[in-house]
Design a protein around this ligand. Structure first.
Ligand SMILES: [Zn+2]
Length: 310
């Protein structure tokens, strides 16, 4: 598959998803009978893939772009789609987060991709145009999409977490509230709130679930073990902080397929001017695989058969 062709998943004639390779962000597509579309999350670094997915799903115009939350991999194409006539939608929490440091985070993240500036010379963070406190419904010809702010008490994985679902077809676009095959490890997110947000989701039954990252889940196994299929018995993550100029291990966590929750939080005390490091060791039937010490550049880590930070 070339870089520009999308791994397009079709739920039915109106609902599709673009699945990111190796746990990269997933995007949702909901198509009206007239070809107008709601795009759920978009990353400017992957526009070729998004264009290919839209075209192959038969979407002729992106009418709405929903940010499930404020992170760059979900919101960085806002300005691009706004210029092309889409209305950019997100929760009030997402709006607050983007107002607070959206521009700074955008500059930092887009600065790491030198090709972006030459391809999109006027690129910037696009703000939301339409926000909601609790919920809203987007009506496309022939299909309705319910959108619900799901950051329990205002903060779970992020400030802005929202989910979108098509009630008629029991299809859920979960954003980063759910991951399949990856264990999120968060340093800043509010875990009790995150778990309450997910508890709420678990009282509903959905036939298909698109997580923020990882494969589509058909049926109810979206929350289950991330490692079992790869034969991993335990993953140990060591967090290293600088103390008195020297690196020191401050926290060690263990993740196992049978953990009751596949989310873990870590409380770290560190100097904000010093990097935080982490090292991942995997235990498989083939033995122990020790990773190198890396710098934690963001507020959470996704641990699957490889680890991702973004
Ligand atoms: Zn994400």
């Amino acid at each position: 598959m070339s870089k520009s062709s999308a791994n397009l998943h079709k739920f039915n004639d109106s609902a599709y998803a673009i699945i990111g390779a190796d746990g990269l962000t997933n995007f949702g597509l909901v198509k009206g009978t007239d070809g107008s579309a709601l795009l759920i999350d978009a990353d400017i670094r992957r526009m070729d893939e998004i264009d290919d997915g839209l075209q192959r799903a038969g979407c002729t115009q992106v009418k709405y772009l929903l940010n499930t939350h404020e992170n760059f991999d979900h919101s960085s194409a806002n300005y691009y789609f706004e210029k092309n006539g889409a209305v950019i939608i997100g929760s009030d929490g997402c709006w607050e987060a983007l107002q607070m440091d959206g521009d700074a985070k955008f500059a930092e993240m887009s600065g790491r991709e030198p090709g972006l500036k030459s391809r999109y010379p006027d690129l910037k963070m696009g703000q939301l145009q339409l926000t909601f406190a609790k919920s809203m419904t987007i009506h496309l010809p022939g299909v309705d999409v319910q959108v619900l702010h799901s950051a329990h008490n205002g903060k779970s994985h992020s400030l802005g977490d929202s989910i979108a679902y098509i009630e008629r077809d029991r299809i859920l676009y979960a954003g980063d509230l759910l991951y399949t095959r990856y264990h999120p490890v968060t340093v800043y997110g509010d875990i009790p709130n995150w778990i309450s947000s997910i508890d709420h989701l678990m009282t509903q039954s959905f036939t298909s679930v698109l997580p923020g990252h990882g494969p589509v889940s058909e049926g109810g196994d979206a929350y289950k073990s991330a490692f079992a299929d790869s034969g991993t018995s335990t993953v140990v993550v060591k967090f290293v902080v600088m103390l008195g100029g020297k690196p020191s291990i401050q926290r060690t966590i263990e993740l196992r397929p049978k953990d009751p929750s596949n989310i873990q939080s870590v409380v770290l005390f560190y100097d904000p001017n010093q990097p935080v490091g982490y090292q991942v060791t995997r235990y498989t039937p083939q033995g122990e695989k020790k990773g190198t010490l890396k710098t934690l550049g963001t507020d959470f880590l996704l641990i699957g058969t490889s680890e991702i930070t973004q």
